[in-house]
Design a binder for this molecule. Structure first.
Ligand SMILES: Nc1nc2c(ncn2[C@@H]2O[C@H](COP(=O)(O)OP(=O)(O)O)[C@@H](O)[C@H]2O)c(=O)[nH]1
Ligand SMILES: [Mg+2]
Length: 231
């Protein structure tokens, strides 16, 4: 009985979140913004990837960041150095962003900036390989990161994240020579869960593979308001 009640509550919660996510996406669509939800366990390299992405693409695309963190603005401050709109959201005890929190971020975006001038909103989710995959925020695509230091088995142990991802970045490949890790095994484990996901192996340190990520990212952007061609 208790279990049934909990399951019903969870279904209601996810349903309400989904409605909010659809509402957020409708706003993004109205403004011609593409939104990507970037997820991984803590430390896989989301913020460094965003730093590299802003440094490379901010002249070509108008980018804003919604930065989810449980308590601090440390990541938001790192990204503010790139002079793009950065909207921090502290989730408190919650281990993921939800659509209501992101709706608050969208409201701030609307008040402080002109969303019609923005091409791309990158959402850095809270570091967690489980819950963020269950809670859509209004994104058009999901990007998951898995660093080579996390082990080959993680796609099998945390399948929802890898099932949901449209794009997977295997990060920190500069560290492969120092680890007992099989990159091909990571890829085949991911393919078991999600045969169609786009996979790139990258290093933010050496910048290997980042050009493919930038290209994929540019293909996701539906409306470019400032430049007629990005690449
Ligand atoms: N060796 C190596 N370290 C990286 C790479 N990308 C990120 N890091 C390091 O990993 C740590 C966590 O990165 P961060 O971007 O903060 O991860 P986040 O928690 O997912 O946002 C930092 O010390 C980064 O310098 C990479 O490609 N290679
Ligand atoms: Mg971060």
């Amino acid at each position: 009985m208790h279990q049934t009640y909990n399951a019903a509550m969870e279904i209601n919660l996810l349903h309400a979140n989904q409605e909010g996510a659809d509402h957020n996406r409708a706003h993004f669509d109205e403004w011609g913004i593409t939104c990507l939800n970037i997820m991984s366990s803590p430390g896989a390299g989301k913020t460094v990837l965003l730093e590299k992405t802003l440094a490379t693409l901010q002249d070509k695309l108008s980018i804003a960041v919604i930065e989810g963190d449980m308590t601090t603005e440390l990541d938001a401050n790192r990204l503010r150095q790139y002079n793009v709109p950065v909207i921090p959201i502290n989730t408190g005890r919650s281990c993921h962003l939800d659509s209501k929190m992101v709706a608050g971020g969208i409201h701030t975006l609307q008040q402080k900036y002109n969303p019609n001038n923005i091409d791309l909103v990158l959402v850095e989710n809270v570091g967690n390989l489980v819950c963020p995959a269950e809670f859509e925020v209004g994104e058009h695509a999901k990007v998951a990161l898995l660093s080579v230091t996390e082990g080959e088995d993680k796609p099998l142990k945390y399948p929802v994240m890898f099932q949901q991802a449209d794009c997977l970045l295997i990060t920190k490949i500069d560290l492969v020579p120092y680890l007992n890790i099989d990159l091909e095994r990571i890829v085949s484990n991911v393919r078991q869960i999600n045969p169609d996901v786009t996979i790139f192996s990258v290093s933010a340190t050496t910048e290997v593979g980042l050009d493919l990520w930038f290209y994929w990212l540019s293909t996701q952007v539906k409306h470019r308001k400032y430049t007629s061609s990005c690449f």
